[in-house]
Design a protein around this ligand. Structure first.
Ligand code: PAF
Length: 285
């Protein structure tokens, strides 16, 4: 496994592989890997000849007062975790390598980016679409894998890839949960034991809403009320958003069907957790 820092060197590596007729699967991350990332890497390994992991804490997708400075970074730890999955290259550039003086381009997607995380994190998705476009240009993959925990991000990247005619297959992979239901996230490392316990209310609320909808409750307002009441039991919880949306358009719905996704973002202290579930699908045990 090789670690490449320089974007040009990464691009040359990828172009050489492609000239040899080899396919490249790509998993973009901000590092501090967990089992969710490793599941993407294993899936990528099975689907292509070469596997590239990027680790870059992208400054442009963090707003003022967000956790850019404190975001966990540990390349040695990440390399040790990634190696057994069969990663060929870890691409880990610096911010000045990605955004050199004079950098002036921004990729902006309208519509899908406006609600949910886009409403509470101004500019976040411009940062994501810009860096993912750059990473796609540098890594030149045929296939890129993203987790469904960032449900809105996945929808945005699918649309961007389609709108820009990028010849890259976008693969969404299921949320990986701890045994008690907490969706895996690098940000879980911020939680004290007490806040982590309260954070379980997210998966619990999703589980309850999913069960109620599968038992026939299709009124979104009733299901949202159930979720508010469950999360409201936790003293440190502050709901950022709690919505039931159509999975492709991300527009709120009033009646639940097979395409309805319940999306949550909740602060526990200063840590913001997100989670989601397609309501009519059974919630994982
Ligand atoms: O999901 C993430 O970790 C990031 O938003 C991504 C896609 C790597 C872009 O920085």
């Amino acid at each position: 496994m090789e670690i490449i820092r320089c974007p040009l060197q990464m691009q040359q590596w990828s172009l050489a592989e492609r000239r040899q007729g080899r396919t490249i699967a790509f998993v973009p991350t901000m590092g501090y890997l967990h089992e969710g990332h490793l599941s993407l890497l294993r899936a990528g390994r099975q689907r292509a000849d070469r596997l590239v992991l990027s680790i870059f804490v992208n400054p442009t997708q963090f707003g003022a007062g967000e956790d850019f400075d404190s975001y966990p970074r540990d390349l040695d730890r990440d390399s040790t975790l990634a190696q057994p999955t069969g990663v060929d290259v870890i691409f880990s550039p610096s911010a000045p390598q990605m955004y050199p003086p004079g950098f002036a381009t921004q990729v902006h997607l309208s519509g899908l980016t406006e609600g949910l995380c886009g409403a509470s994190r101004a500019g976040h998705f411009d940062g994501v679409t810009t860096v993912v476009s750059k990473l796609f240009g540098i890594v030149q993959p045929q296939l890129a894998l993203f987790g469904q925990k960032d449900f809105q991000q996945l929808a945005v990247i699918r649309q961007m890839t389609s709108d820009l005619n990028l010849p890259i297959e976008i693969v969404g992979m299921p949320i990986v949960r701890e045994s008690d239901g907490l969706a895996m996230s690098s940000r879980n490392s911020y939680l004290t034991a007490e806040l982590r316990q309260q954070g379980l209310s997210l998966s619990d609320a999703l589980r309850q809403a999913s069960a109620a909808s599968r038992q026939g409750q299709r009124d979104a307002a009733v299901l949202l009320d159930l979720v508010h009441r469950r999360i409201g039991q936790e003293p440190a919880a502050r709901i950022d958003y709690c919505e039931i949306c159509q999975a492709q358009t991300l527009q709120p719905v009033s009646q639940v069907d097979a395409q309805s996704v319940l999306l949550l973002a909740v602060y526990f202290g200063t840590t913001r957790l997100i989670d989601n579930h397609l309501l009519l699908q059974p919630f994982p045990a």
